[in-house]
Design a protein around this ligand. Structure first.
Ligand code: ZN
Ligand code: ZN
Length: 353
């Protein structure tokens, strides 16, 4: 086999501009790295933010894409857990593996940690280089498209439920039933939640949530807090997840809590929201918990639940596209307009138009 020298990659050259297809040298793995042939890369809403310049991407130009699954092409001399041909999915942080945060399993705070598709080249390419410690084996039962997207939105939902300390038998309200929320509903059930409520104003998303077993609340027609109270006999829910990033729904997650309830805030906003401290928090010993990213240590159970079918991602991946700058830019346009439901996944082996 002749050596692979060049590859295609779709890259952010300058914020505010369309992504561009470039030809790059295929990277060479260092001793602890793996070179992975990309089979699937999810197009995430945050990629639209990166393209628009709403959050920093550095250095430029840079290959976007942080939801990646593929096949190991080649490993460095120090790598023993993976070999060429292994199916893998990638934890999106390339970390040092040696600092205190990494050693304690809090690697999302690693000072040297670099997110792929943001601070180092990501998966909108034929190949990606990654420290082998960020690779996870992807079981044969899980298609690459699902392996890619479970590493971002599903992992965040898992982390949120872990941070909220959800226990079997408890009730959960999920505010926002897009990709993140549809994962959260299924994961809450896998954790043994007694009842899972899905709150949204989009009827298409609500019907998907209902199919996954959620009791849905259409907040376009009813007051979500009153409805949650009514459906729980006035008690409120034990755990409420806010996946939207709006001050209104943040307050509603807190207001819908039962005694000793936990509100986990995942959606991002730079706005502030109000709470009535005594009535809504102190009196109930409620907790408001911040959620950022996820942990590598949470991924094996998540992957196992996908393998077992407890988390079914078929409804979440709606379309696949080739590794083509126009197709990717159009997908990002759709995400910016906020209309798109479900997930689009890039498959580099599909032919370009
Ligand atoms: Zn993502
Ligand atoms: Zn570290």
């Amino acid at each position: 086999m002749s050596a692979l020298r060049f590859m295609r990659a779709v890259r952010l050259v300058q914020p505010g501009r369309r992504l561009e297809l470039q030809e790059l040298a295929v990277p060479e793995p260092g001793p602890n790295d793996a070179l992975v042939r990309v089979k699937a890369a999810g197009v995430c809403h945050s990629d639209a933010h990166y393209r628009a310049g709403k959050s920093r991407v550095d250095p430029l130009p840079l290959t976007l894409g942080h939801e990646v699954a593929g096949v190991v092409q080649k490993v460095g001399s120090g790598v023993s857990d993976f070999k060429a041909g292994d199916r893998v999915c990638l934890h999106y942080l390339a970390t040092c593996g040696e600092c205190d945060y990494c050693e304690q399993g809090n690697e999302q705070f690693c000072g040297l940690g670099k997110m792929i598709g943001k601070y180092r080249d990501g998966g909108y390419a034929e190949f990606i280089l990654m420290p082998a410690r960020s690779l996870f084996h992807l079981p044969d039962e899980i298609p690459f498209e699902h392996g890619a997207i479970l590493m971002c939105s599903s992992a965040t939902s898992m982390h949120a439920l872990n941070k909220a300390r959800l226990k079997a038998g408890e009730t959960v309200a999920v505010f926002g039933v897009g990709g993140l929320g549809l994962s959260a509903i299924q994961l809450a059930k896998a954790f043994g939640a007694r009842e899972v409520f899905g709150v949204d104003i989009n009827s298409a998303k609500l019907s998907l949530a209902r199919e996954l077993g959620a009791i849905v609340i259409d907040a376009a027609n009813v007051d979500a807090v009153k409805e949650l109270k009514r459906l729980t006999n006035g008690r409120g829910v034990d755990v409420a997840l806010e996946l939207i990033g709006l001050p209104l729904t943040m307050r509603q997650t807190v207001q819908s809590l039962a005694i000793k309830g936990r509100a986990a805030l995942v959606g991002i906003t730079d706005k502030t929201f109000e709470i009535a401290p005594y009535e809504e928090v102190l009196n109930k010993e409620a907790e408001i918990i911040g959620v950022s990213d996820h942990l590598a240590s949470e991924l094996p159970l998540l992957i196992e639940w996908v393998r077992q079918g407890k988390l079914n991602l078929s409804n979440i991946v709606t379309r696949t596209i080739p590794l083509d700058a126009d197709a990717i830019n159009e997908t990002l346009d759709g995400l910016e307009k906020f209309g798109a439901d479900g997930r689009v996944v890039i498959k580099p082996e599909l032919n370009c138009r």
